[in-house]
Design a protein. Structure first.
Length: 479
């Protein structure tokens, strides 16, 4: 991480003659790219580090092409020689999803969805004009092969993990048929590919787009399906119908020939199903295989979203195996597999989390049965070795940024949570009353404090548990 920050600083100095006041690592989502927000005075920029050179070149080319056409995307300001690092304008840190979650389904939010779809239509049609699709990251076109790839992605990373018996060869044959049906080139323009409210930035009531490097040529309705059927958005059906009609009106004004609305909506419904399955595949890969908690907790939402769609859309009679698989997959039996037990007022379990100093010894366990976890944090680089952090603690943001950006703390904690979640869920079902989790480091001031705080937040958010948190060495912290 030190080398990455050094390279970013060197690149930043090519566009600004003063050093930054601070740099903050932005939480990662699904990809492997690392984002940072650079702050200097009242200005800010976004720096990206990505070892996937082709991905960086694709984003930069798309961004420069769209920006030159006046479309709402960031401006790329600086690129290093090997294309691993680039700096762009900062459009803000509030996404359309953030606004939706904060304000609810208000008239203003509906208007922001309309603005997003209007801007999307321009990006797809005007942005697609003159675009060199040879820069695409994977396929140049979202055709039969890409559609089949998405269906197989869902099959291997989600469906097959459920261990449901089905005729595998017949399902593959039906996937081939569905791919043929959806691969029409009738409405092909630029396809954003991951057009969802998390990738739409809202700033002063205007909308801007990020993370479009996965784009290619493809059907217009795919992006609309991605936005309107995003699981976390949970848009009401009335909104979906009105917004779809609004989009069709907007894109119609940009196209030279009238749209066959019936055919367009048929393709849209097919893409809704495909998108819902592709998202479940992503949740399966990131959650079930990579063990990332955020994606695991999203699986029930994804299944409920699919169930909602299947209540109004029925598969053709020529895909009976696929239809039966989907009907089973959205059953309560399957959904409940991914819903963690949630504590309530009658839940007896209390989690005690301590940070401690190994110099002072282990915390005493006075619970009736004893037991729990002790994690040694001394394998993580100690911020206390550096003068600027010595008198701070894991409660302070500079220390938190240090641990998240310059150490393997996040990887360590993800592994810790995999372990403790097994015990927590077991204890919840057995009405146990106590579990202790201890984090120790040299001084009990930086690493262990941060780990204890983050673990308490994890357990409260995921299980709604009663957590008692104590920093046992606080009176001896360096001040």
């Amino acid at each position: 991480m030190e080398a990455i920050l050094t390279n970013i600083k060197k690149l930043f100095n090519t566009i600004h003659n003063q050093d930054w006041d601070q740099i903050q690592k932005i939480p990662q989502s699904g990809g492997d790219r690392i984002y940072f927000r650079i702050i200097q005075g009242d200005q800010s920029w976004i720096a990206t580090y990505d070892t996937n050179i082709k991905e960086s070149k694709t984003f930069i080319y798309f961004a420069e092409h769209f920006y030159a056409k006046g479309l709402p995307v960031p401006k790329v300001l600086a690129i290093n020689d090997d294309y691993t690092t680039y700096i762009q304008t900062d459009l803000g840190n509030t996404s359309l999803l953030d606004v939706l979650e904060k304000e609810g389904k208000t008239e203003r939010v509906f208007g922001l969805f309309q603005k997003s779809l209007k801007a999307l239509a321009k990006l797809q049609v005007e942005g697609g004009n003159g675009l060199d699709y040879n820069y695409c990251l994977t396929s140049h076109e979202f055709g039969k092969h890409s559609i089949l790839t998405d269906l197989l992605y869902y099959k291997y990373y989600f469906l097959d993990t459920l261990q449901y018996p089905y005729d595998k060869q017949t399902l593959i044959d039906e996937f081939e048929l569905l791919s043929d049906q959806l691969a029409s080139k009738q409405f092909n323009h630029f396809l954003f590919r991951d057009f969802q409210s998390r990738n739409i930035i809202v700033n002063n009531d205007e909308v801007y787009f990020i993370d479009f490097q996965g784009g290619m040529q493809g059907g217009l309705s795919y992006d609309v399906a991605s936005l309107l059927w995003q699981a976390k958005a949970e848009l009401p059906n009335e909104w979906k119908e009105e917004l779809l009609d609004y989009y069709i009106q907007e894109v119609q004004q940009l196209l030279p020939a009238p749209i066959d609305v019936i055919q367009f909506k048929k393709q849209y419904n097919g893409f809704v199903l495909l998108r819902l399955l592709q998202v479940l595949g992503a949740y399966g890969f990131r959650g079930l295989f990579e063990r990332k908690a955020h994606f695991l907790t999203s699986i029930p939402l994804g299944l409920k979203n699919l169930k909602s769609f299947l209540e109004v859309y029925k598969l053709d009679k020529d895909t009976p195996v696929f239809a039966s698989v989907l009907d089973w997959m959205v059953s309560e039996e399957v959904i409940q597999r991914f819903v963690p037990p949630i504590a309530n007022e009658q839940t007896p379990l209390v989690i005690t989390i301590n940070s401690f100093s190994y110099k002072k010894g282990l915390p005493k366990d006075e619970s009736e049965n004893g037991g729990g976890f002790i994690f040694d944090m001394r394998g993580i680089l100690n911020p206390g070795r550096f003068d600027e952090y010595k008198k701070l603690s894991g409660l302070d943001k500079p220390v938190q940024d240090f641990l998240e950006q310059r150490t393997k703390m996040n990887t360590f904690l993800n592994s810790v949570w995999d372990l403790i979640d097994i015990t927590v869920e077991n204890y919840l079902t057995r009405d146990f009353e106590s579990l202790r989790i201890n984090f120790g480091c040299t001084g009990g001031q930086h690493r262990s404090v941060f780990a204890a705080e983050q673990t308490a937040r994890h357990l409260k958010n995921k299980y709604k548990l009663n957590v008692v948190l104590a920093h046992t060495n606080k009176e001896y912290w360096v001040k």
